[in-house]
Design a binder for this molecule. Structure first.
Ligand SMILES: Cc1ncc(COP(=O)(O)O)c(C=O)c1O
Length: 410
């Protein structure tokens, strides 16, 4: 049974995050840029300090004690990732530098698995990381990229998806949750329909993993990718889940140490999974801290996180909409705690600059999702993205700051 987060718990949870005590421009920090990167709790910072203070060594290589300790800790972290995402096999988890790296491994790996005229399908709601690698794949393979369009609410138009699918479709890739709008995509339906025509599916979980706990086996997804820094872990580390049969079919992404079985000048044979995709010295400390971050998030509990963040979303939406001339982009009923908005006739960047002066961190711009901004014919938005350590009082501070910005800029 997961506990509900009430206000008191949130105040206690905030104690776990040293950065939340700091001031910015003489005001208490209000951190609403969680969709870009989350903050780091002390237990994760401790895991990083512990690694560098006590057992910093390269892994899988040495017989000495430090190397064995580091190897054990790294492999325990992989196991934690496996358990968290409910992958069947530990070696179906590849530790990468993040979502972008994970997608590129698959996009590059499909080069020789596609033929000219094959089709691959992307959603209109993607981050550039889940668009550009596939365009590069199309250039290499002659495959054709098709797009599931979006509507004004920021939802995918699923009727068109049905029409796009055919026996030419080889791959479908979409995010689980849109970083720019917060829309939760119907990935179960997307996966089921893709599989019905024999296509594989990659889900970009960069934005879902801070809010929900995906189960890759029950989703029956072929590939699922995420970054640790979105869920209280460090930057520069993430994961790629792939079904064993797919990971065996896909060639290595990079050549180098650790990914080989045997090297001669005539021929190299590759290591098995997961090492085949982990050439070179990995982000050892990052991997271990990723495991610590998952432990931390699971202790709080994803049901409690979702319930509380939904309350913040509802409260923030209602309060912001009380401001005249404020428009929210992404109004699906099915969304997470991301509010993307603009003030009429005011550039988002100007609002972002003023609210920063008041200690509030929001993201402004196109959020690496230019096609979404083009759809709405806007240069960008102001994005406030809430986490379980944020409070309603902080939302009040944002609302006051936006009102002030409006007054100054109108
Ligand atoms: C939906 C989505 N996909 C991919 C990424 C890229 O993640 P990373 O920069 O950690 O590789 C992000 C980052 O914001 C994202 O929000």
């Amino acid at each position: 049974m997961q506990k509900e987060i009430d206000m008191l718990d949130v105040l206690k949870i905030r104690e776990d995050f040293p950065i939340l005590k700091r001031e910015v421009n003489g005001k208490p920090l209000v951190y609403f840029d969680n969709a870009a990167t989350s903050q780091t709790p002390q237990v994760v910072i401790d895991a990083i300090v512990d690694y560098y203070s006590n057992y910093n060594a390269n892994i899988h290589r040495g017989v000495h004690t430090l190397s064995q300790e580091a190897t054990d800790a790294y492999e325990i972290a992989r196991k934690k990732v496996q358990e968290h995402f409910n992958a069947k096999l530990t070696h179906e988890i590849i530790l990468t530098s993040g979502t972008t790296h994970s997608i590129n491994i698959i996009a590059t790996g499909f080069t020789n698995l596609l033929s000219k005229g094959d089709e691959i399908i992307v959603s209109a709601l993607e981050h550039h990381s889940n668009i550009v690698p596939w365009q590069m794949l199309c250039e290499r393979s002659g495959a054709i990229l098709k797009v599931i369009p979006m509507n004004q609410e920021g939802e995918l138009v699923m009727d068109v998806y049905d029409q796009l699918l055919s026996d030419k479709t080889k791959l479908v890739f979409t995010n689980h949750i849109s970083n720019a709008l917060g829309t939760i995509n119907p990935i179960e339906e997307i996966i089921e329909k893709a599989h019905a025509v024999g296509a594989a599916v990659l889900i970009d979980g960069a934005q879902s993993c801070p809010h929900i706990k995906p189960d890759v086996q029950s989703l029956d997804v072929d590939f699922y990718v995420a970054s640790a820094h979105k869920l209280c872990g460090p930057t520069g580390v993430g994961m790629l889940y792939g079904k064993e049969e797919w990971l065996n079919k896909i060639p290595p992404y990079q050549g180098g140490g650790e990914m080989i079985e045997q090297v001669t000048f005539e021929k190299t044979t590759y290591a098995g999974l997961p090492h085949k995709f982990e050439a070179g010295t990995p982000n050892i400390c990052g991997g271990i801290a990723f495991g610590a971050a998952l432990d931390y998030m699971n202790t709080i509990g994803f049901d409690a996180i979702a319930t509380y963040e939904n309350q913040l979303l509802e409260y923030g939406t209602q309060k912001l909409l009380e401001i005249d001339g404020l428009k929210i982009y992404g109004t699906s009923k099915n969304k997470t705690s991301v509010i993307s908005f603009n003030l009429e006739n005011i550039h988002p960047y100007d609002v972002g600059t003023i609210v920063d002066k008041l200690g509030i961190a929001v993201r402004t711009g196109h959020h690496c999702a230019q096609p979404i901004m083009d759809f709405y014919k806007i240069p960008g938005t102001i994005r406030a993205s809430f986490s379980f350590y944020n409070t309603k009082e902080e939302i009040d501070a944002l609302v006051e700051a936006v009102k002030k910005a409006k007054m100054m800029l109108s």
